[in-house]
Write a protein that binds this ligand. Sequence first.
Ligand code: NAP
Length: 203
Amino acid sequence: MGPDKIGIMGGTFDPIHYGHLVTAEAAREKFCLDKVIFVPSGNPPHKKNKEISPGIDRVNMTVLATANNPFFEVSDIELKRDGYTYTVDTLKEFIKIYGENTRFYFITGADAVMEILTWKDVSTILKLCRIVSAYRPGSDINKFRSMVDELERVHRSNIHLIEVPALAISSTEIRERVKSGITIKYLLPEKVERYILEKGLYK
Ligand code: NAP
């Protein structure tokens, strides 16, 4: 038996939608992951001037969305941390919990990965995990490919690109729809839709 393989699904999840769930499930299947832990982001340095829903709401929505998949878990590890939250610290915390022999796959959006050279301790991140970079249909794949080639050349990293058609759905679009009073049905799980409406998020 090989090492345990765990997916860390990092994102703002404001709100979580079917595109994220399909991404996590596709990565789980493709890389034979034992589980995928969703980690709603804490206080990321690159979102200083942006309005993000409270962490507790993003965690609650993520719990509601993932509850019926036995391979999915949610961690509030980044919300408990003071100051800015960095992916490198999150990975180190999970290594402490699961041990050095576990193989980690950090799953997130390709547009986020495009900025990875600006993240704290990028060379450590690339040593501690493999990256699964999910892109939307219609994205410029050549742009992602050349970035990945460069990272692999310089850092000897392991980065996988996966196209996820369901990522035609986006959190930004969902927030705009709610604001304009347009339906969000079928874009995210019903329980999450109800949570958004009851809490009056994105109004
Ligand atoms: P973002 O800028 O909000 O999102 C970038 C793009 O990726 C958006 O199109 C987004 O679509 C998509 N996306 C985000 N998470 C995704 C996921 N898990 N699966 C599929 N698509 C996803 O990026 P972010 O959410 O803030 O950051 C992504 C992850 O990178 C987080 O875990 C964050 O903590 C980490 N990060 C770390 C650092 C650092 O350590 N310094 C810096 C930046 C980001 P939707 O809007 O539809 O989700």
